[in-house]
Design a protein around this ligand. Structure first.
Ligand code: PLP
Length: 483
């Protein structure tokens, strides 16, 4: 026995290294905070995209080993290999894809969440953490006009939120494997690829996906959905799901949700609205009317790590009838028996694919409490105006033509050279923009043409950023012409 106790004490001595004393804690925290402050001090002058060729492989030169490393050396590895190369998503110059940014107090929320490590999966053990999440999904449900009895889940992002929505729809419509090859989904070709991915992961890869025509502004033509459903029914198929986008990734287009809801209701189809990018623009007066009818959807996805500028790792799915979310995600297990019946609130674990999960409410709740909603709304409305501003200004630059007036904050445009291949010219513009690095822009293919995009959603993007983008583009054109 003595030998065993000696061994335990020896192991304990080493194990206790996992709990630094107060002085050491202060020291490492101080270094981390100083590093973060240095990062933020440089954010406005630094690059949005660093194309210097560093690929982060220096991390491999310091393999995970038995031996500890000083915090300074660790932060040095992070700075050189992670925080320097390629895209800086925290930069206001991030104008590609769908940016977000990462507001600082969310990091403090994460810090507190991680220190306390409350259990946010099960109400019985973490009632406060669970209520905090419910309060946030309730707030979002109120924004879109969902009734009491609706519910939702904070997810890691929009892709998982879409998956949860689609699995809920599948089970609510009692779609069985024998039906899958006859089941029809309606959406436009502008719907986010995570919807296709979710269908496949949900076992619905054999479903028929009908790509509904879009109008000149890349919005779903609701009038054609109706006839498509009728025809499919006549042909013995099983129409069951319509996916509308409230803010497409390519062009920021908002489908006519209310008109689509009419059709979904008439034919008794599940309506899922992917508002991962656009959803929080419902906070802004100039955009609100575009979301008319969103409360009629059966499920809605919104991404706080886009529209509320949170650091990556926070999406949300909202289901109008919460019991359907529960039906698709409940579980039973003997070792969970203490949990049963202890609830006056529902547990996220019963309403999500996850059991143990990040206590992700605090990173959203803390900034909302600290700032109030007002600056979020202003920041979103500012982005609507910045997109309009860019849309006007880019057309004043000789040679550029722009896509439709933006519904939200994505602008599409391209350069038309006097001679030569336009697609190739625009591809080279993007290369030059990356080399410059002050802003980061991306491209896509629209109507078969190589098209440039500017997406304003990073909270650090302001008027001066858009002027910089215009300058970068003018110079890029000059360089491509000169080459
Ligand atoms: C970003 C986006 C998604 C995917 O969300 P993630 O948070 O990146 O997983 C889905 N739909 C739309 C419209 C998006 O913009």
């Amino acid at each position: 026995m003595e030998g065993a106790i000696g061994k335990i004490r020896e192991l304990e001595r080493v194990a206790r290294e996992l709990e630094p004393d107060a002085d050491t804690r202060r020291h490492i925290t101080d270094r981390v905070v100083r590093y973060a402050a240095g990062f933020l001090d440089k954010i406005h002058d630094g690059l949005a995209f660093n194309a210097d060729g560093n690929d982060g492989s220096g991390l491999y030169a310091a393999p995970i080993s038995e031996e500890p490393l000083e915090i300074e050396a660790i932060l040095d590895l992070v700075e050189k290999n992670v925080d320097t190369p390629a895209l800086n998503p925290a930069s206001g110059g991030h104008l590609a894809y769908i940016p977000g940014g990462g507001i600082y107090p969310a990091a403090l929320g994460d810090y507190l969440a991680d220190v306390a490590n409350r259990y946010a999966g099960v109400y019985y053990v973490g009632p406060g953490a669970v209520r905090m999440e419910h309060m946030l999904t309730r707030w979002m449900s109120d924004l879109i006009g969902y009734p009491a009895g609706s519910g939702g889940d904070l997810t890691s992002g929009g892709s998982i939120a879409n998956l949860v929505g689609i699995v809920t729809a599948r089970d609510a419509r009692e779609l069985k494997a024998k039906d899958f090859a006859k089941a029809v989904v309606y959406m436009t070709d502008q719907a986010h690829h995570s919807v296709d991915k979710a269908l496949r992961i949900a076992g619905l890869g054999e479903c028929i996906v009908r790509h509904i025509e879009t109008d000149k502004r890349f919005r779903m033509r609701a009038d054609t959905v109706d006839s498509a459903i009728q025809k499919d029914r006549q042909d013995g198929l099983i129409p069951w799901l319509v996916v509308a986008s409230a803010g497409t990734t390519d062009a920021g287009a908002v489908d006519p949700i209310d008109a689509v809801a009419d059709i979904a209701e008439r034919h008794d189809l599940w309506l899922h609205v992917d508002a991962a990018y656009g959803g929080f623009f419902i906070l802004c007066d100039p955009a609100r009317n575009m979301f008319e009818g969103i409360g009629r959807a059966d499920s809605v996805v919104m991404d706080p790590h886009k529209g509320l500028f949170l650091p990556y790792g926070c999406g949300a799915v909202l289901i109008k009838d919460r019991s359907l979310l529960g039906k698709a995600h409940y579980y039973q297990a003997n070792y969970m028996q203490d949990v049963a019946g202890a609830e006056d609130e529902y547990s996220p674990a019963d309403h999500s694919p996850e059991l143990t999960r990040h206590y992700r409410g605090l990173r959203l709740w803390l900034p909302l409490k600290l700032f109030g909603i007002r600056p979020f709304r202003a920041c979103l409305e500012e982005k609507l105006h910045l997109a309009r501003y860019f849309h006007v200004e880019i057309q004043k630059v000789d040679g550029f033509e722009a896509g439709p007036t933006p519904d939200l904050s994505v602008v599409t445009y391209r350069y038309i050279p006097k001679k030569g291949n336009a697609d190739e010219f625009n591809r080279r513009i993007i290369e030059e923009v990356h080399k410059d690095g002050r802003v980061f822009l991306s491209s896509t293919i629209l109507d078969g043409k190589f098209t440039l995009r500017l997406a304003a959603l990073a909270f650090r993007t302001h008027l001066d950023t858009i002027d910089t983008a215009l300058d970068v583009l003018r110079r890029a054109v000059k360089r491509v012409k000169a080459a």
